[in-house]
Design a protein around this ligand. Structure first.
Ligand SMILES: C[S@@+](CC[C@H](N)C(=O)[O-])C[C@H]1O[C@@H](n2cnc3c(N)ncnc32)[C@H](O)[C@@H]1O
Length: 240
């Protein structure tokens, strides 16, 4: 099916899909959720078309990351790679003030749903930005959104090529406060897709940063989350 036909079907089904998604959101918001429940919702929210909410993370890995993020009591979270909003749902549960989540694709259909992710009573505002993280104009837009504020947690889960993930790290690390965290998805070396090359950057960071690995099974193919603890002087540059 061409992407135009796929888009057309999604647009025609949008009112039905939106009704279903908002019902699911209401159910999710019905009562306070534990972090484990939020992760479970991120994996199994369901929905269809543009209203599908989903993450393709390993539950044990993303739960460990979510706990590490919760421990630093984040005010502001920045994510590169929104996709179907699964991890944005988790960050919206954790951030006290702001989640900024970015993707290459246009997210106009998703915006009314994803911006309502934070639980009732939360002061968190969700901002969806569409654009290429490698575009200097896009980085300037993120900077304008932050208006000088620092991010507590940066999740880099966009371009997985060595060049792309390295550029995201070098371009966006300046926004993260000392004591904050930067996490990368898909750090294991054995990957199903040749374009998943995050491990190259991960190896380069090992000698210069305090890192933690959340890897469910050392033999697994794909996945794995790496966390960098940002020191007082800021996230390090890469050794040459
Ligand atoms: C693996 S998915 C993100 C999954 C999401 N974090 C989750 O687990 O729920 C990667 C997303 O990054 C986006 N992406 C890839 N390259 C990008 C870039 N240069 N700038 C912004 N987004 C990008 C893709 O469009 C895709 O939706």
């Amino acid at each position: 099916m061409t992407s135009f036909i796929k888009h057309l079907i999604r647009v025609l089904r949008q009112p039905f899909n939106a009704r279903h998604a908002f019902r699911r959101l209401q159910e999710y918001h019905d009562r306070p959720r534990s972090l484990e429940e939020v992760v479970d919702w991120a994996m199994n929210f369901g929905g269809d078309g543009y209203m599908r909410v989903k993450t393709l993370q390993i539950p044990a890995e993303i739960t460990r990351l979510a706990r590490a993020v919760q421990a630093i009591q984040p005010r502001i979270i920045l994510e590169i790679g929104t996709a179907s909003g699964g991890t944005a749902l988790i960050w919206s549960h954790l951030a006290a003030e702001r989640v900024i989540t970015c993707d290459l694709k246009d997210m106009a259909y998703q915006t009314p749903l994803f911006t309502r992710f934070p639980p009732p009573g939360s002061g968190c505002e969700v901002t969806l930005l569409s654009g290429n993280s490698h575009d200097p104009g896009f980085k300037a837009r993120v900077a304008r959104e932050l208006d000088g504020a620092k991010v507590d947690f940066l999740f880099i889960d966009g371009d997985h090529t060595e060049e792309g993930v390295t550029a995201d790290y070098l371009d966006y690390k300046e926004f993260v406060r000392p004591g904050g965290l930067i996490a990368f998805h898909d750090i294991v070396e054995h990957q199903p897709l040749p374009t998943n090359q995050v491990f190259h950057l991960w190896k380069r960071l090992k000698p210069v940063a305090r890192l933690e690995e959340f890897v469910n099974d050392p033999q697994q193919r794909g996945f794995g989350i790496g966390v960098l603890h940002v020191p007082e002087q800021g996230a390090p540059d890469l050794p040459t």
